[in-house]
Design a protein around this ligand. Structure first.
Ligand SMILES: [Zn+2]
Length: 305
C-alpha cells in the first residue's frame, strides 16, 4: 500500500486513547479546559473531541489510515485503554502495533512488561520527563529492562519537554539512557521526538551507543525552544549525519480527534528527506527513505503490517 506521498508508510509513534483514558484524566482533576489551553498554545490542535460511548475509536483510526494510505500505526497504550486496544488490534489485524506504557515505580512493572509481551505488544513506553525522583538509570528500572530483554520488547522513551503539566525535566535528559543501553546491549531504545529539545544529547548518543534510536514523531515544535534556529531539514540532516538512515523512525504522534492521523506531519517530513536525497553527495537515498518511513520499525519489532 502506498501512502498519499507515494511511498509505503508505517507510523512508528502515535497514541491510542479510549473513552476511559479521557475519563480517567478528568477524574484525576485535569480539566478539559486547562488541557485544551495548553494544547492550544503549544500544539497545532485547536480543539479536542472527547470520545463518547457511541464512538468507534478503532474504526475511526482505520478509516484515517485508509484515507491516507498508511499501512499501520504504532501506538502507546496506557492501562485504561489496554483491553480496548487489544480488541481494536484483533478486529483490524496488521493495522495497529502496540507499546504498553510502563511506570517502573509500579511494584509489578516487570510483570506488566511480561504480560504485554504475552498479549502481543511489541514494545513499552517509558515517560521519564514525567517521573519524580526517578531516573532511567535507577535501580527500579532495571527489572523492566530485564523483562524487555527477555521478551524482545522495544523501549520507547519520552525525554525532553512535554505537554504534560506535571513534568519534571530533571528526569528528562536522554544522556541518562547511556548506562542502561550499555548494560542491555540486546535491548533497543528509541528516543522520541529527537529528544524533544535535548537534540544535542540525542545525537551524542548516536556516537556512544549502537542500540539507541530516534523517532521523528510529531510537529517537533521543540525546535522553537532552542538557542539556535532549526528547521525540519536541518534536524534530519544532523540525525542522518550522526546515525545514518537506520537510526531514525518516522512517527506522527497522532492522538486525538478531530485532528486524526497527521498527514501534514508525513508531508513535511517526507519533503525534508526528499530534498536531502536530492542534494549533491546526499546523506540519504530512496532506500534509506524507505527505512525511515517503514523499514526501521518493522526491523526492530518484527511486526508485519
Ligand atoms: Zn507521543
Amino acid at each position: 500500500m502506498d501512502s498519499n506521498v507515494g511511498i509505503p508508510v508505517v507510523d512508528a509513534h502515535s497514541h491510542y486513547f479510549s473513552t476511559n483514558t479521557l475519563r480517567s484524566w478528568l477524574q484525576r482533576g485535569r480539566t478539559m479546559e486547562s488541557f485544551t489551553n495548553r494544547t492550544k498554545t503549544r500544539t497545532d490542535m485547536t480543539s479536542i473531541e472527547l470520545p463518547d460511548e457511541g464512538m468507534d475509536v478503532a474504526q475511526r483510526w482505520v478509516d484515517e489510515l485508509d484515507r491516507h494510505g498508511v499501512e499501520a500505526m504504532g501506538v502507546m497504550v496506557g492501562n485504561d485503554a489496554y483491553d480496548e486496544f487489544l480488541d481494536a488490534r484483533d478486529r483490524f489485524p496488521g493495522r495497529f502495533l502496540g507499546y504498553h506504557n510502563i511506570n517502573p515505580r509500579d511494584p509489578d512493572a516487570a510483570e506488566r512488561v511480561d504480560r504485554a509481551a504475552g498479549d502481543g505488544f511489541y514494545g513499552i513506553k517509558l515517560y521519564p520527563s514525567s517521573w519524580r525522583d526517578l531516573r532511567v538509570y535507577d535501580e527500579p528500572c532495571y527489572p523492566v529492562y530485564e523483562a524487555a530483554k527477555e521478551r524482545g520488547m522495544l523501549v520507547f522513551l519520552h525525554f525532553g519537554i512535554t505537554i504534560g503539566g506535571q513534568a519534571d525535566l530533571r528526569s528528562g535528559n536522554p544522556i541518562d539512557i547511556q548506562i542502561p543501553a550499555r548494560d542491555f546491549p540486546d535491548v533497543n531504545f528509541v528516543i522520541a521526538h529527537f529528544g524533544a529539545g535535548y537534540f544535542r544529547e540525542t545525537l551524542m548518543m548516536q556516537y556512544q551507543a549502537d542500540n539507541v534510536y530516534m523517532d521523528s514523531s510529531g510537529s517537533n515544535s521543540w525546535m522553537k525552544y532552542q538557542s539556535h534556529p532549526l528547521d525540519l531539514k536541518t534536524i534530519f540532516r544532523q540525525a542522518l549525519t550522526a546515525g545514518g538512515p537506520e537510526k531514525t523512525l518516522f512517527g506522527t504522534d497522532s492522538t486525538f480527534f478531530p485532528r486524526g492521523w497527521r498527514i501534514n506531519v508525513l508531508e513535511a517530513q517526507y519533503r525534508a528527506l526528499k530534498e536531502l536525497s536530492e542534494e549533491e553527495d546526499p546523506l540519504i537515498d530512496v532506500e534509506g527513505i524507505g527505512k525511515v518511513f517503514r523499514g526501521n520499525i518493522l526491523r526492530l519489532t518484527g511486526f508485519k503490517p
